[in-house]
Design a protein around this ligand. Sequence first.
Ligand code: SF4
Length: 410
Amino acid sequence: MPNLAQIEHNSPTFDRGIGLYVHVPFCQTKCPYCDFNTYVGIEDQIPLYVTALTSELNGWGNLLSKPPVRTIFLGGGTPSYLPIDALESILRTIRSSFRISRSAEITLECNPGDVTIEKATSWISSGVNRISLGIQSFDDGLLSLLGRRHTALDANQAFWALRSVGFLNQSIDLIYGLPYQTIEQWSDTLDQAISLEPEHISLYSLQIEKGTPLAVDVITGRYPVPDDDLAADMYEHAQQRLDENGFTQYEISNWAKAGMESQHNLIYWLNEPYLGVGPGAHSWLAGQRFANLKSPRRYTTLVGKQYEIVGLDPVATMTSPAGPVEQVDITTPAIDVAETMMMGMRLNEGVTHQRFEERFGVGIDIVFPEEIARLLQLELIEVTDTAVQLSERGRLLGNEVFAEFLGTGD
Ligand code: SF4
């Protein structure tokens, strides 16, 4: 149990700027492993979605007095699937409702199958300056198993098309630990990704999410149960190859060239404030975690008819009948310290003593003496002069460390 006796609980303010996440719930096809809040065959709702999103963005801009924003992330779903005019309209609304810093990182999640010179040109003209490209694999057989609608050749062409219009900050997503995937196939995919010379690479191990078609295929024996040992070998192989090629690992799943770390995701890992807009988006603002209603149809039907202003609490207003917020969780000091540790330990630098003391007014070792002793004994963490961080072994067993700080471990 953490010792919370001396802790000061100051919710982070947003003077330094918030992160803004925009959820786009549309995909052209549904990948069998995906359990995100995203849908196919509802493209007829895109105009209504843009109208509701505009209303939500304007609402938050007014209620928070046009707050400063230092990162924008358009994710989903497939934001690159949106028609050009829809995306341009969303970015225009963001600029009129929020104060966007000059150096703001503006990321668009992109499916290689959507990239055309015309679309890429409109994205860069609208201010998008970072692309997160969902390549996943350079093996056409595995791409087909994943239900992706692009080939390795499409991925290559998309990357170079984006470069040609001026995108100088591109991140590539890859997945490993796939059914039937060999270490040789994985190594080849990594080599092809490295040869493109992107600025950033994210690697995810395949998770079999309950209720997805892939989970059914594993349960019924159509596909083998994922081999955790092989996935760990693939991870270690990637660490070595990326390190040899000038990428620095800065988070469990993320590598970057110098200075090209994802500023938006750093806001999450440092447990700093962000606002999520769109169906099912989550936020962490003014000491409250809250989530929007999930269904795109309900979102487009209900949101923005006429907000009823409720007192001085903007979240309460957005929870009113025409507001998007469906669920609010008050964050207690115990939750805040645990989440700060859980998120921060994902970073290679770990949770710095300085950052923790500035936020909570007391040292990490005072709040978590027993947890730290246990994790040190298990050689899952290291405590240095500057930080508490995962050990090499801890990086492979991160969930055990996070559970300890959340108080849900054994
Ligand atoms: S494209 Fe992405 S969000 Fe859409 S179904 Fe596939 S994995 Fe899910």
